[in-house]
Design a protein. Structure first.
Ligand SMILES: NC(=O)C1=CN([C@@H]2O[C@H](COP(=O)(O)OP(=O)(O)OC[C@H]3O[C@@H](n4cnc5c(N)ncnc54)[C@H](OP(=O)(O)O)[C@@H]3O)[C@@H](O)[C@H]2O)C=CC1
Ligand SMILES: N[C@@H](CC=O)C(=O)O
Length: 781
């Protein structure tokens, strides 16, 4: 049974390397019986159109050039992808076909559609042959045997039967997009971007479950992400809004692509074939997702008034000019928005029923939930006016506003409109992992913050995660009753359950707040990022992961325009990462950071005077919520080593944990075994500390645990360890629990910049996590 239809466009097949990537996707994402619809490789259709025009103009030089170009491109693909007999065979067929084209042209028998069809035929054949070489049982279908039209109308019943007869249930069916046949057996095309339409038609005829359009963008965005960096990628868009978008300037989907899905349950996804890990946008049935806000731009259009416009006219004209069309009524007139380049063709089609009302227009369309439209209309006009743009024509309808102007809406204006119209009132889903010392306080402080930020965003807590249990509610968990709700409703925690729940969320923004100390949880970050989640970490594991993993994560975050905040991973609530980033952005160069970066070790060393045994102080620090879940992470120096690595990476220094030398504040032996084992041997820790305190005293010094990062031209010194500091030193009089960062830089060379304050504690840390959340929300605006 055919379950899924996958469609790959020209850009996904533009080179041999791209074919290999597509084959990789097919291997991973398809099963026997699925169909793979392909467009012509790269710009092949454009080249074939030029060839057709050159034949019309009988321009022999250009014809020869184009034929050579097509031949070389195909030979290149065949040579790189196929082997032995398959290759020889493919080259022979290509040669024969190009000769036939020449012969047909010379005898005046060449037809345009028949010529254009070669693009899809070539890609389908090369892809299927390449898949076969990879041992995939693939077959090729020429869609002219599957889709028949009579007088421009698809013969649905006949086509369903043809698909049932020909589509193989035990193979991967590679199908040519874009082309069909008429009842006389001649080739016809389904119009520009017809391959998407082929895919949804095939899904309808084969009763498929899902169509996946693999393209060069990651999905459907609130606006063009190439023009507006804060464009929001939506996880779900309803078909009605997708249809409007297609008609009002968004090129990702075309209105006719959606038509075969009407009255079906077939799911449509838009995914990137260039970034396979990225999440998709799903186009779903009305009511299955909330209505979103979009802004699209229109350029070089004319506005026609048409008499007695029918749906049939729209279908015919769209086919004629190969463009999705939008029409609407206002004050008793019916308007049609057409690309200026096609106005002449459209007017002739209507034979006196259409007149130009306004010409040479540009503008924008805002699509939004019905109830927001009037408010947004006013706001949009005011914003345009404030930039000296007076709409020449305005139309407000259910679910959208159309503002047509003399000026082009450029990226700058579009960004402003997007910020003020689209990026307001958006919903942010918050998933908090780690409900320990810091996590609990973070949630207690949450309701005030949610209220404070509510002007711009509606923040909803949707997930709470502990090591063994999780609570997830896409509609929101009551912040004031979270504990009771967690006790009563939490289910067993599993990574996949959590990931599935996040993937299903229909929110504009998703934020994972990691307040665990779990390495295992941090390993899920790449999955979160693939689902377009922003990250806030108090957890230090991801920030100190091996360089390759860390860099890949960073790249993936920046490619998706996401944010990762982790200020509390060093210095708890102190603004150390902010300060370093700020200095660097302002042109400073940091050369040295020295100090005490552990609240726990600061507290322990400052408190210890021999009157209370050291291990009892450790237990007290643990009780106060200062220490890591296992305080040996602190005593081993490992936690401070992590902080130093985070600081180093913040400054662009490429280090791994092993590059930071470390001496522990406990005997190595105590690092092994369980916490109970440690407690049974804690006297060893006490003797160890006693001994160091004695040695320090002998030098008129006190025992401290310090870190140093020194960045010279050719050398980086990075170390954490025990230090004996003179009584007169600033580190000797540090308030217990305080961190101190002494920073030297180009600007702070002789007189260092000092940041000092509490470096651990649940309240300050939770407040620091809120500061990261606040920063993030400000940057989503
Ligand atoms: N305490 C402080 O002063 C500061 C802490 N931090 C950092 O904040 C983080 C939390 O510290 P703290 O609150 O003190 O730690 P706690 O040990 O009190 O809390 C840790 C929480 O994480 C949960 N958890 C553990 N493993 C997983 C997992 N695999 N998946 C999901 N949840 C998990 C635990 O679940 P369960 O409840 O089931 O055990 C617990 O709720 C740490 O990374 C720490 O380094 C940063 C700055 C200062
Ligand atoms: N154990 C840590 C807590 C914060 O990271 C410390 O004491 O600094």
């Amino acid at each position: 049974m055919t379950k899924n239809i996958h469609k790959f466009g020209g850009s996904s097949l533009s080179s041999a390397q791209r074919y290999k990537s597509v084959a990789g996707i097919i291997l991973e994402h398809t099963q026997p019986g699925d169909c793979v619809v392909v467009s012509a490789a790269g710009k092949t259709t454009d080249t074939l159109v030029k060839l057709w025009q050159s034949y019309q103009q009988q321009d022999t030089h250009v014809i020869a050039d184009i034929l050579l170009q097509l031949n070389n491109h195909q030979i290149d693909l065949i040579e790189q992808l196929l082997q032995a007999n398959t290759k020889r065979n493919a080259l022979k067929i290509l040669n024969e076909e190009l000769s036939t084209i020449t012969l047909l042209a010379q005898t005046g028998q060449l037809q345009e559609a028949q010529l254009l069809a070669h693009g899809e035929l070539w890609s389908a054949r090369v892809l299927a042959a390449y898949l076969q070489e990879l041992n995939v049982d693939a077959c090729v279908h020429d869609a002219r045997a599957l889709f028949t039209l009579n007088d421009g109308q698809l013969l649905h019943e006949q086509n369903t039967q043809q698909c049932a007869n020909l589509i193989a249930h035990n193979k991967i069916n590679v199908v040519t997009g874009f082309i069909a046949a008429n009842t006389a057996g001649d080739t016809v095309t389904l119009g520009r971007n017809g391959s998407d339409y082929s895919a949804t038609l095939l899904a309808n005829y084969c009763h498929a479950k899902q169509v996946c359009i693999w393209t060069d963008t990651q999905g459907v965005f609130s606006t063009d992400p190439r023009k507006v960096s804060k464009a929001i990628k939506y996880a779900k868009v309803c078909r009605g809004q997708a249809n409007l978008l297609a008609r009002l300037g968004n090129p990702v989907l075309h209105a006719k692509t959606l038509s075969p899905l009407k009255n079906t349950d077939i799911k449509l996804s838009v995914r990137s074939s260039f970034d396979v890990q990225a999440s998709s946008t799903d186009i779903v049935k009305e009511g299955s997702a909330k209505q979103k806000r979009f802004i699209t731009t229109l350029q070089n259009i004319d506005l026609l008034i048409v008499e007695n416009l029918s749906e049939g006219d729209i279908a015919h004209v769209s086919q004629l000019i190969q463009h999705s069309l939008h029409h609407f009524s206002q004050n008793g007139e019916t308007y049609l928005v057409v690309p200026a380049i096609s106005t002449h063709q459209v007017i002739s089609y209507f034979e006196g029923r259409a007149n130009i009302n306004e010409s040479s227009l540009h503008g924008c369309a805002v699509i939004a939930p019905e109830q927001d439209i009037s408010k947004l209309d006013l706001l949009a006009i005011n914003l345009l006016n404030s930039h000296a743009i007076e709409p020449r024509f305005a139309h407000q309808d259910s679910g959208y506003i159309l503002l047509l102007t003399d000026q082009v809406i450029d990226s700058d204006i579009l960004s402003i409109l997007h910020d003020k119209l689209i990026n307001k009132g958006q919903e942010i889903a918050l998933i908090v992992a780690g409900l320990g010392n810091v996590g609990e306080v973070f949630i207690e402080q949450l309701s005030t913050q949610v209220e404070r930020l509510s002007d711009d965003f509606s923040i909803k807590l949707v997930g709470l995660v502990r090591s063994q249990k999780m609570l997830f509610n896409p509609n929101g968990i009551g912040v004031s009753q979270w504990k009771t709700q967690f006790q009563l409703e939490a289910s067993d925690y599993q990574n996949q359950t959590l990931l599935n729940a996040i993937d299903e969320l229909d929110y504009e923004h998703k934020v994972i707040v990691d307040i665990t100390a779990s390495e295992k949880f941090s390993r899920l970050y790449p999955d979160f990022v693939e689902m377009d989640c922003h990250l806030i970490s108090a957890n230090k594991y991801a920030g100190t992961a091996p360089t390759n993993w860390y860099k890949a994560l960073r790249t993936s975050i920046s490619e998706r325009n996401l944010h990762w905040r982790y200020n509390t991973s060093v210095g708890a609530g102190l603004p150390i990462n902010f300060a370093l980033a700020d200095l660097q952005h302002s042109g400073d160069k940091i050369t040295r950071i020295e100090g005490v970066f552990s609240g726990t070790l600061s507290w322990l060393c400052s408190k210890y005077d021999g009157s209370i045994i050291f291990s009892d102080l450790v237990l007290e620090a643990q009780k106060m919520g200062f220490t890591e879940p296992d305080p040996r992470e602190d005593l081993s120096g490992r936690d401070m080593q992590r902080k130093l690595l985070i600081l180093a990476r913040e400054l662009g220094v490429e280090l791994n944990l092993e590059d930071i030398s470390l001496s522990a504040l406990m005997p190595d032996e105590l690092a092994q075994g369980s916490w109970d084992d440690f407690l049974s041997k804690k006297s060893q820790l006490d003797s160890f500390i006693q001994e160091h305190a004695k040695r320090a005293k002998a030098k008129n010094s006190v025992l401290r645990y310090t870190g140093l990062l020194e960045i010279a031209e050719n050398e980086v010194i990075a170390k954490v360890g025990i230090a004996y500091v003179l009584q007169s030193d600033v580190l000797a009089s540090l308030t217990p629990g305080d961190n101190i960062f002494v920073i030297n830089s180009k600007w702070y060379s002789d007189n260092a910049l000092v940041i000092q304050g509490p470096g651990a504690g649940k309240e300050v840390t939770a407040a620091g996590v809120h500061s990261d959340l606040y920063w993030l929300v400000q940057n989503l605006r």
